[in-house]
Design a binder for this molecule. Sequence first.
Ligand code: BG6
Ligand code: MG
Length: 223
Amino acid sequence: MTKFADIKGFVFDLDGVITDTSILHGTAWHQLADSLGVAWSDELANGLKGISRMDSLEMILKAGGKENDYTQAEKEQLATQKNTNYVAEVDKMTPANILPGMKAFLDDLRAKGYQLSLASASKNAPRVLGKLQLADYFPKIVDPASLTHGKPDPEIYTKGAELLNLPANQCIGVEDAAAGVAAINAAGEVSLGIGDATELGAADMVFADTAEVTLDNIAKKLG
Ligand code: BG6
Ligand code: MG
C-alpha cells in the first residue's frame, strides 16, 4: 500500500468534487427525463455521476425502456438540449460556487509542490474552471474527447497521471462518484472518495464532506 510520503500528485474529478455542478447536471437531466416521460429517482441520479453525456442519456432512456425509441441524430439533439440548459446554469457560477475547503486545499497542494491534473468526463470542464477562477491550477486537463472508454474504465485516470509524468501509485485520485472510484482503483492510484461511505465503499479513504479533505487528514488515513 502506498504511503503518504510517496504521493507526488493529485488527479481531480471536477463535478461534485471541486464544485457542486453534479446538482446542476442532475437537474438538467431530470428536466429532460420528465420531458421524455422517464421516471426520475435518486438511484438514477447517483448512477449518472461521472458518466459521459451520451452514456448518461443512454442510461436514462434505458431506465424508461426507451432505448430503441430514438435515432442517433435525435439522441444527439436530446443531449444538446440538456447541455444548453446545463451551460446556462454554469454561466451563472462564480468562485462562491467552489465547495467548502477546496480552494484552501488546492492552494496548500500548490504551495507544497504537489502536481495537479484534471480527470473530468465533462467537455464543459474548462468553462466551469474559468467561472470558478481556478483555470490556473489546472494547466493539465485530460481531454474527454480523447477517451475510448468512460469511467469506470481507468483510462481517464491513467491519462491524468501520465500528464504529470508520475507513476500511478504516486497519485491520489479524488472523486465523488462510485464509477470514478472504480476508475481510480483500476488505474492503480490511491482513491479518495468524497460523499457517502456506503456508496463509495470501494475507495481507499472516504471523507463525508469536502471541508474535511486536507493534507493532514489524508496523511492520517494513509499513514
Ligand atoms: C461528469 C459528470 O463530470 O461529466 C456527469 O459527473 C456528466 O454528470 C459528465 O454527464 C459529462 O459532462 P458534459 O459537461 O460533457 O456533458
Ligand atoms: Mg464527479
